[in-house]
Design a protein around this ligand. Structure first.
Ligand code: SAH
Length: 256
């Protein structure tokens, strides 16, 4: 189950941080590491600072885009020291995040995403997340070193995992309440955007409407079943668009 918890480091500058993050992960029983466009990797300094966790480094996957690492995940938590204005569900306390992550990781992969040393995560990257988490810290000096942030959150995840009731009593999520993967959510969002555009609902292209509605669905956290209901609704609505109505008329005319 800990194997379902993925640590993603985005565009890490210092290879030593990658090594120390690998070490932090291994101490907490985590092994799935993904690196998005690291500046320098593989690297001797990374291996040196991994100090016995080279197996985690060797197993790391390198990808070009954050989205390449998330498709199969049912929850994606972006770690950020600063609150952005994006309306994503936010964990103010890492232990609350860890509890949810452990519940979700029973079924499918879950990712914790960490940003660049200098500039953190971009808004576009945070938009790919389902949640955000901050580590509460000194308000005047609250930004941790990247690998230390990995250590704190990995520790919380390990702690939540240890505290689970024994398997007999373990919370079993009913199948109909399973969360969708990011890929399934992406299909829904594309479908929603298409319906908004072709129905004539979007009249002011710069009004942010699409983003506001996407954020609403991100907050609602629909299950797979609810998402497929919504997609059914969108498909039914699409049937009534002018071109479909015309097509239907033409079809029946052709039949006559
Ligand atoms: N200067 C950057 C911070 C980079 S620290 C900024 O202002 O955003 C590198 C990464 O460590 C961050 O992107 C974040 O993922 C993680 N991190 C550091 N401090 C954190 C904190 N207090 N809470 C959550 N994540 C933190």
């Amino acid at each position: 189950m800990l194997s379902n918890i993925r640590i993603i480091l985005v565009q890490t500058f210092h290879p030593g941080n990658i090594g120390q993050a690998a070490r932090a992960m291994k101490t907490m029983g985590l092994s799935d590491l993904v690196l998005v466009r690291p500046r320098c990797y593989p690297d001797a300094e990374a291996s040196r600072l991994a100090a016995g966790a080279e197996d985690v480094l060797d197993g790391a996957r390198v990808v070009d885009e954050l989205s390449d690492a998330l498709g199969d995940c049912v929850q994606v938590v972006g770690a950020s020291a600063r609150l952005r204005s994006l309306p994503l569900p936010h964990y103010d306390e890492p232990d609350a995040m860890a509890e949810a992550v452990i519940a979700n990781a029973q079924q499918a992969p879950v990712a914790l995403v960490f940003g660049r040393e200098r500039s953190g995560l971009t808004n576009d990257e945070i938009r790919l997340c389902s949640h955000q988490v901050s580590i509460p810290a000194n308000p005047d000096y609250g930004i941790l070193n990247l690998s230390q942030a990995v250590q704190v959150l990995a520790y919380e995840v390990h702690r939540a995992w240890r505290r689970q009731p024994t398997s007999d009593y373990r919370y079993q999520r009913p199948a109909h309440a399973e969360p969708p993967t990011r890929e399934q959510l992406g299909y829904f969002q594309t479908h929603l955007s298409r319906v908004m555009a072709t129905s004539g609902f979007l009249t002011q292209p710069h009004a942010n409407t699409e983003q506001l509605l996407q954020a609403l669905f991100a907050r609602a956290q629909p299950s797979r079943r609810e998402l497929s209901l919504l997609r059914g609704l969108l498909s039914a609505v699409e049937q009534h668009f002018p071109e479909n109505v015309i097509n239907d008329k033409e079809r029946s005319r052709n039949r006559d």
